[in-house]
Unconditional design. Structure first.
Ligand code: ADE
Length: 241
């Protein structure tokens, strides 16, 4: 998969050189390119913003500069992702859908955002556009949100996670539940004992305990997820583990 990120702070994205995403890049599973938006400015001051039409506070990112940048980075059919607190919420389902694309282009806005015609023009040219929010809070720009989304998408690409089974059991995975609590050795630590069932070697009892804990956790922390539970999918998932 190819991912292009356009930003006025390319250094922000350095963290994507590390860990699993970094490895996916060096092994060729992920072709990630980070670009400085100012490379497409034409004035001496390398200006990327201007005051909002209609007045008001802050600055808006200029469509002409963004247009040049996207023309240079986006291949035909590229899916443009614009991180913004006014977008639809990015979820694991969104990550799954985006992981099937050939090219994603992340347009990181700053200030009051990017002139709306940039998205409009990409759509009119037949490209898809997703304006996405990573949660109900406001960040200073799209860079951190882009890192969140790139990591969530990249770990779904075939070969990026060593053991793909670890994708099945995790929170927001196939079961639609939060993940159960996990323990490792030693079984007794500083007066705290791990649940005995996990030492029993009894696979069916362990699976039942994990399922109960996942349900308990989900009901307590995310009651909104319980109403979306699909009982048939849950049973099918139980039989598979
Ligand atoms: N830019 C600023 N805040 C954001 C958020 N919550 N999600 C995505 N992009 C953003």
């Amino acid at each position: 998969m190819r991912i292009d990120v356009v930003t006025i702070f390319p250094d922000y994205l350095r963290a994507l050189d590390l860990s699993l995403v970094g490895k996916a890049r060096t092994s060729g599973l992920l072709d990630l390119r980070v670009h400085d938006l100012r490379d497409w400015t034409t004035d001496r001051h390398r200006t990327v913003d201007d005051s909002p039409l209609g007045g008001g506070a802050g600055m808006v990112m200029r469509p002409d500069v963004w247009g040049q940048a996207l023309d240079a980075c986006a291949q035909p059919g590229a899916h443009l992702v614009v991180p913004t607190p006014s977008g639809r919420t990015f979820t694991q389902r969104t990550a799954e859908a985006l992981s099937g694309e050939e090219q994603l282009v992340f347009a990181c806005g700053r200030y009051e955002g990017i002139d709306a015609r940039v998205a409009e023009r990409h759509r009119a040219a037949g490209g898809r556009v997703s304006e996405l929010s990573i949660g109900d809070y406001v960040l200073n720009g799209g860079e951190v949100a882009t890192m969140v989304m790139v990591e969530a998408v990249a770990r779904l690409l075939p070969g990026v996670i060593g053991n793909p089974e670890s994708l099945v059991e995790e929170s927001h995975g196939a079961a639609g539940l939060l993940e159960y609590p996990v323990y490792t050795r030693p079984p007794s630590w500083d007066g705290y004992d791990a649940p005995e069932v996990l030492l029993s070697g009894h696979h069916a009892r362990i699976a039942r305990w994990r399922r109960d804990e996942a349900l308990r956790r989900t009901a307590a922390r995310r009651p909104d997820m319980i109403k979306d539970l699909d009982a048939a999918a849950l049973d099918k998932h139980d039989r598979a583990v």
